[in-house]
Design a binder for this molecule. Sequence first.
Ligand SMILES: Cc1ncc(COP(=O)(O)O)c(C=O)c1O
Length: 354
Amino acid sequence: MTDISELDTPCVLVDLDRVEANLQRAQAFADESGLKLRPHIKTHKLPRFAQRAINFGAVGITVQKLGEAEVMADAGITDMLLTFNIIGAAKLKRLRALSDRVTIRVVADSAECVAGLSEAFADSANPLGVLVECDTGMGRCGVQSPEAALELAKIIIAAPGLEFFGLMTYPAAGKYHEAAAWLAAAKSLFDAEGIAVPIITTGGTPDIWHADEAGVATEYRPGTYIYMDRSQVAAGSASYDDCALTVLATVVSHPTTGRAIIDAGSKALTSDLLGLVGHGYIPAYPDAKVVGLSEEHGTLDVSACAEGGPKIGEQIVIIPNHCCPVTNLFDHVHLVRDGQLVETVAVAARGRVD
Ligand SMILES: Cc1ncc(COP(=O)(O)O)c(C=O)c1O
């Protein structure tokens, strides 16, 4: 048995009991809400957790990048939605190769994207399922109106090698009502033209507990929910006790009474603020603030802590602002239970942002 205090730092701890609880709670809520769950694996990049969610009832996974899809396919995951425009010959070739191995569907928000997909799949025995990405308020990718969604769907329907498979949106946090209204308006347009919309997929952990208000949506794609983080606590979708991924760091310097330095900087915690003040939460020292990061150093303001807070050599557990990019910074994560190491695993799709 290895106690986590014996681990070298900085490192990532993933609490297995919390992971299981987070997966089960979301699956139960999706079931109650009549929604299929298609978790986004970008948060953990681990085939075992993708499979675990499927074992609990998820219909498949969501991936953002082809590299993630390739890793998951190699690990035996067979049903995926890739929520990113695939542009360019190199990626189209990889997508075509993947589609020979697994069921993979993609999204598109432009005629240019659809044309590339069609060219790559025109001679395929299996048409590629394509969903229209809809901008329901996020202000990222996506067609800009329900009418534009219908227009692009007709282009997909007419394109050789492709099959129109539905609508996909990633709503802005807190804008689930707007997203639901947008999708409902689009669905009415499709119904009026007699065009079937097999899947209407929405998502996002900040509003996961409002998934039952997603209206015409048939699928929900949460990612962060498996680990949760400080930003989700701020959004009200989790408590600190739900946070499964933490960064273990060591206090390496205490230059003044009010300042302590840890060995986790932006290369461990990321610089993501997500609108928050400070770079993480330290459950053992709730009055300590992670006020600054350089690459390898984290600066704590411990002036409000009793007796100067953590001492040199002490290990501290930090809940990061945003768990997903932390995953992508470490080759390995330590799976832990009750403060003990269970297993150290390679983050299989780490770095696969291609
Ligand atoms: C397209 C898409 N779907 C789903 C998700 C999952 O979102 P969350 O991590 O908020 O659950 C994301 C997150 O970036 C996304 O970009």
